[in-house]
Design a protein around this ligand. Sequence first.
Ligand code: KG4
Ligand code: ZN
Length: 332
Amino acid sequence: MLILGIETSCDETAAAVVEDGTRVRSSVVSSQVDLHARFGGVVPELASRAHLELIGPVVDAALDEAGVDLDRVDVVAATYGPGLIGALLVGVSAAKAFALACDIPYVGVNHLEAHLYAAWLEEPELATPFAVLLVSGGHTLLVAVDGPAEYRVLGATVDDAAGEAFDKVARVLGLGYPGGPALDRLAADGDPDAIPFPRPMAAEGLDFSFSGLKTAVVNHLRHHPDADRGDVAASFQEAVVDVASAKLLRAAEELGARTLVLGGGVAANSRLRARVRELAEASGRTVFLPPLHLCTDNAAMVAATAWWRLRADGPSALTGGAEPSLRLGGSL
Ligand code: KG4
Ligand code: ZN
């Protein structure tokens, strides 16, 4: 079964063709980073307009790369939430138009669920249950995955998402947008123990809080304007990584899960990847860190999720729209 997946929830226009839920025949991602960079963040109206221009060429490129015509596609899927309403509507409308024109089923996909399924794309034999730390620009969640289409949200951020904290601190450090990757690079030259930033909610449960940590960095820079920027970046990153990795391990211990998994854009962070690997080894667990192109937003994960969703729930109604505030299970 060939599924055409479409992803337009934020600032990447992406399309992919995935066979039988696991074999990626093509995955094309067109990033709008350059368009938004000079505004220091994603401008929703600009994002929608760019998606509108890019969606046709990106879908064509995905079909081309997969070596299939549209009439060979069996199902079309699109992210319907969460995300920016105007951006989501471009992908959902395109997918529904393809479904109508080709007389094939349409499947609406939850973007957060898609980040979870990215793990299976690379590692179809991944044994359940496993614990996933899903850390992106908009979300920070700890999820227990008991099987395909079976998961439970164990914890979530009570304020900022981890990626949002990275982006905000990066902006204060003058690193531009998106700041996560730039902060990761700057931190490589800094001392992670230079500044004892707080480890918010470290000892409590499985929820997160990053807004106070961001404020601590801002206050530190206000009182020490000459502070070494590499040390600030490394010390901030260390605080996020300490809390995030410890809670992922705690979740796995509570679940009795043998495998730790990362997902979402912040899963590309070099320190977080190294630390989760160390913790897994020290606790006798296995670890699965998806490759970077599957951690950040892409449409292969959307097509893969649609395959499982189709089995569990059947196709989505063509009357369904976009849901900007869609949640994962009972998450915050
Ligand atoms: O999953 P994603 O591509 O988009 C959302 O669904 O939000 O995540 C984007 C987020 C941004 O906040 C970006 O700064 C962060 O992931 N990010 C990183 C790194 N690469 C991307 N944060 C820290 N270190 C990185 N290497
Ligand atoms: Zn995402």
